[in-house]
Design a protein around this ligand. Structure first.
Ligand SMILES: Cc1cc2nc3c(=O)[nH]c(=O)nc-3n(C[C@H](O)[C@H](O)[C@H](O)COP(=O)(O)OP(=O)(O)OC[C@H]3O[C@@H](n4cnc5c(N)ncnc54)[C@H](O)[C@@H]3O)c2cc1C
Length: 340
């Protein structure tokens, strides 16, 4: 995997990275788009503000099995991302990770030019935006900011890192219950704390956590974290009685959801509908040579699923191909007829 690290950061366009297709967002839609661009014989650069590929999957549920990907009765999130990266790899996509796509303009030749917040400039034949929900920021745990990196985490990309820990998971959604279940085999103890007795998580996931014997503390909140160099104890307070108790904890997982923000994409002049990018049946936006696919798009009947994003990004890249090269066919041919 070619991750560009030594990137020219000049605003001088003569030092721009040249690419046929720039994909903004390395989630599942963007990664499949990278494969598709390569399959169409185009050079491709993938930019993502996060330090890793995989979008929501890598950030929020890498260990979770996914059951609705065509051809996979079940696939672990992390494995799906690894396979998507491997599928694109023969075509040599370049990855600009840790770069937020900040500004879009069009050059005199009509080609889009995107600048990142790190100062990289990319000039592309076409841009495909697969930015998902935009930049997502975890909702903070009011009591816990001081312990970020010292025991408090928002995501659990590597459950083994919490082996032998007493863990407190805060939240009542799917992520909270998933992580409680995933951490149960490796942790010394797991407690789940939620402010009410009603959970947003799927009933089956709640039942699974109960069956694992994980203590579920309801009508309570984490009111304070204690420790010296690292987290050692968590204070749990009942919301009605105000009674508090201290429990040992080396890890607290704040799974309180996330705040999504389209960020700089809002200022690109794109037509937005309900904070998503409006596209037509070509997956074209209102801006020339700018397409979009995946969770970030909106049109009547839109369904936000990974499988839908795969189809949309194939449509986006094939239509972008005909914009970059008007002689090119829209239909890509069948992959079975092409030797890699
Ligand atoms: C807990 C959970 C479970 C789920 N389970 C399923 C499931 O079982 N099946 C299913 O189909 N779907 C599931 N989903 C939904 C699925 O994850 C999304 O539909 C999918 O990730 C969308 O893919 P995407 O590539 O469009 O966007 P994302 O995965 O959101 O990726 C978008 C990427 O764009 C980047 N980005 C955004 N703005 C910029 C910018 N300006 N510059 C650079 N980078 C930017 C982001 O950092 C991110 O990495 C689940 C979601 C969650 C949270």
């Amino acid at each position: 995997m070619s991750v560009l690290t030594d990137v020219p950061t000049s605003t001088d366009e003569s030092r721009a990275i040249e690419t046929d297709i720039l994909i903004v967002g390395a989630g599942p839609a963007g990664l499949y788009g990278a494969y598709y661009a390569g399959f169409r014989g185009l050079s491709v650069t993938v930019m993502d503000v996060l330090p890793q590929c995989g979008g929501q999957i890598s950030a929020m549920y890498p260990e979770k099995p996914i059951f609705d990907i065509a051809g996979f009765p079940a696939v672990r999130g992390r494995d799906l991302v690894d396979n998507l990266v491997a599928q694109a790899e023969p075509y040599g996509p370049r990855y600009l990770l840790g770069h937020r796509a900040a500004e879009l303009s069009h050059g005199a030749d009509g080609r889009p030019v995107v600048r990142s917040d790190q100062g990289a400039t990319v000039r592309a034949g076409a841009v495909v935006i697969t930015g998902g929900v935009g930049t997502f920021t975890p909702r903070p745990l009011p009591a816990g900011e001081d312990y970020l990196g010292r025991g408090q985490v928002y995501f659990v990309p590597d459950p083994a890192a919490h082996t032998g820990h007493d863990v407190v998971v805060v939240g009542g959604g799917d992520s909270a219950f998933d992580w409680a279940a995933v951490l149960s085999p490796v942790a010394r103890s797991v407690r789940l704390v939620h402010r009410t007795g009603r959970f947003r998580a799927h009933g089956a996931t709640v039942d699974k956590v109960r069956a694992l014997g994980i203590e579920i503390v309801t009508d309570s909140e984490v009111s304070a974290l204690h420790g010296t160099a690292r987290l050692e104890q968590v204070e749990i307070r009942h919301r009605t009685t105000k009674d508090t108790r201290l429990v040992p904890a080396q890890t607290v997982v704040a799974a309180l959801g996330f705040l999504a923000d389209l960020g700089p994409l809002q200022n690109w002049g794109l037509t937005l509908q309900a904070r998503r990018i409006a596209v037509d049946t070509h997956m074209a936006t209102n801006l020339p040579r700018v397409f979009a696919a995946g969770d970030i798009t909106d049109y009547p009947g839109k369904v936000r699923l990974i499988s839908v994003g795969f189809g949309e990004v194939a449509t986006a890249v094939n239509n972008a191909t005909t914009v970059i090269d008007p002689e090119a066919a829209l239909f890509p041919g069948h992959s079975t007829e092409k030797e890699n």
